[in-house]
Design a protein around this ligand. Sequence first.
Ligand SMILES: Nc1ncnc2c1ncn2[C@@H]1O[C@H](COP(=O)(O)OP(=O)(O)O)[C@@H](O)[C@H]1O
Ligand SMILES: [Mg+2]
Length: 211
Amino acid sequence: MINLQGVKPFAEGGNRICFIHPGDKNLCLKISKQEVIKKMYSNAPWYKKLRSEKSFDDNLREEKAYKQKAIKKNTEKIWQHLAKWYAFVQTSEGLASCTELITNNDQIAPNLEEYLFSKGRTKEINKALKEFEIFLQETKLLTKNIIPHNLAVKESDSGLILKIIDGLGCMSFIPLPEISETFANRYIKRRIELMYSRIDWDLSGRKGSWK
Ligand SMILES: Nc1ncnc2c1ncn2[C@@H]1O[C@H](COP(=O)(O)OP(=O)(O)O)[C@@H](O)[C@H]1O
Ligand SMILES: [Mg+2]
């Protein structure tokens, strides 16, 4: 059991609270917010309630998403742009997903939203986005809509590298992209288009709908 009492989270998203592992500064511990799971379940349409309340837990959904075909097929390459997922671990604050913490010189890497708000669409980030786009098309890694705060910006000798830290999985109710390559290509093309729309929307003051 890992004791997180008194440990300050380094970040918090809509669904999870993130800590640096007290025993290993290269690991991230993410704990789902129970009140969010309960709320999602109670607001869900009847057919989604056929699943258990647990199936609304982002940590459990994510673990399943890490078992997708693209990850099994691209065992080495996939980690260039995806944080590693290690295990579930018990903590004093509840069950946590233990994942790779993305850092730059021992500092937690900024997410893409933070990067864009402070630096804008630099040449370096445009190159990183293009490489990420090609990676998605080549590996056919399935993600939900790619939102800038779910990508970490890692610095490397060859430039900036975008790493997925949240939002892995498939949005389709029936996961055809997991089954068919044609559907996967179409699905990924749409995720890339929407990723750029969301970036433009973020940078232009978030007016109207981003889709
Ligand atoms: N592995 C990680 N490495 C570095 N920063 C991370 C990592 N995971 C999460 N973060 C930071 O924490 C924030 C919230 O984490 P996230 O997993 O997106 O939570 P949620 O599921 O609630 O959206 C991210 O936007 C990012 O800034
Ligand atoms: Mg998130």
